[in-house]
Write a protein that binds this ligand. Sequence first.
Ligand code: OXD
Ligand code: MN
Length: 601
Amino acid sequence: MKNIAPAIFPPNGIGDTKPTNQAVLDWVHELGNLTKPENIFWCDGSERENEFLIAESLKQNVLIKLNEKKVPRSYLHRSNPNDVARVEKVTFICTPTKEEAGPTNNWSDPADTYSKLYGLLNGAMRGRTMFVVPYIMGPPDSPLTKVGFEITDSKYVVLSMRIMTRMGKIALKRLGNDPKAEWNRGVHSLLDVDPDRRFICHFPQDNTIISVGSGYGGNVLLSKKCFALRIGSYLACKQGWMAEHMLILGVESPEGRKHYVAAAFPSACGKTNFAMLIPPAHFNGWKVTTVGDDIAWMEIRDGRLFAVNPENGYFGVVPGTSYKSNPNAMKSIEHDTLYTNVALTDDNDVWWEGKDGAPPKHAIDWRGNDWTPDSKEKAAHPNSRFATPMRNNPALDPDVEKGEGVPISAIIFGGRRSDTVPLVYEAFDWNHGVYLGATMASETTAAATGTVGKVRRDPMAMLPFCGYNIGDYFRHWMDIGKRLTNPPLIFNVNWFRKGENGKFLWPGFGENMRVLKWVIDRCEQTGGALKSPVGWLPSPHDLDLEELDIDHKSVADLLGIDHEEWQKELAEHKMFFDSLGGVVPEELQKQREQLVARFNE
Ligand code: OXD
Ligand code: MN
């Protein structure tokens, strides 16, 4: 069989920064004996190492160099066409009992799974280089920060981890020499990138992840979904903090008052766009800054919730990104960016559906085939991605490195719903907010393999990412609420409601600032609202809609509660809770009954 990841041989001084912690050395030794690589490359995160890895990746066609003038220091990677998204059906939580994984996760027995995976890994790195990637998640001096190591045979993974995490010596320093210190063990091998031998397995009790058979994004950048969310959420519940699928943004008024907001939306629902929002001209003097675009780790201090972004880069969906939808993202990805599965133009620039300007007359599509605007196939894969350092973001929040994190004034949940769910409303209190999160739903997207456009319940946008029993996760949320003396307000938003003509009612993008402004007004106790069965709802004049081209009927439709649609929605909440087989806490069941009762008042 062809070796898809041939070994590389670094010169002296590269690839030899061995950790000194004996537990790490023993683990690498064990995996070396199992996978039998040609050599071991110990990453230190240096510039020299990066240059060497890029040069080798270019030689082996793992990367294509992009036009240095148009996108300096940037590269394109094409994944195997059978391997283009997270695969939830082969993602497993391997807790000692099935109950601990709960009704929303695939479960498999830890001993059986180790034995199956070790079988697949046996000799899997023959003729390859085993890279050892040390990294930290979180700002260098945060109490929330955690250490991880990822072993991988993919250069693309190493180069991506360098963008997405704080990688290298910084992690060795943070870990120190205590053999009992906490750190995450991540093992990844491409094997032969065969969908039938693709498994992403989490062992929360062992703080261990093993991922085989994929070379793509969330399946293999183990720091992200696997560690920061699945294992992270398990550790958070045990240790009394929160690991959430949330962006974090700062909003500053012209007078200099600043609030931070965390928001959970399912994959590919515009988290990155919202986190990088540019207020429209009407909001002259308002500023939105990004702390994170995908993951928030939060803890309680002085009765308040404080958040850090554990990541160091953005792994965003490319198609649809333009100067109209997200100018800050466009500026971020104009240099020092690693693209995956976008199209390549004849002058080695990148292109994707939805990019500003006319499509190129000819390009090479994400599979490596000729493409023209007449082609039936998409030029870029719908889940094609950029990996770019957060430093590239012109709107990066100045406190992004602050160890104590940023205080959260509001939490927003949201999904992609064509009907039923109003533009924005506020929960009556924390537990009602937990109910909003627990019952949120969204039409599915290309971020995961499967049908696109089907409404699925996705509690707190964590359905694919909660590493333990979802009932215990709901309970953990309510326990956190009990410990907060100054809790964030909780909101639900829906930018995606459609009118009778099937068109979106709300313009979205920068205009979402108008919704954000109401959220901030509510936090400052200056915003008006009407009591509705679903929560506090703005009336049209509570929202600042000045200088916005929208008619009264659309605003009424956006904020309307259609009782018939809600009867259906309430029935679906019940069906969803019932489908979880008795794990939903009593308090949330009570919230549902109260909601039903409010509709009957
Ligand atoms: C992501 C996802 O990649 O949520 O962020 O799928
Ligand atoms: Mn995500």
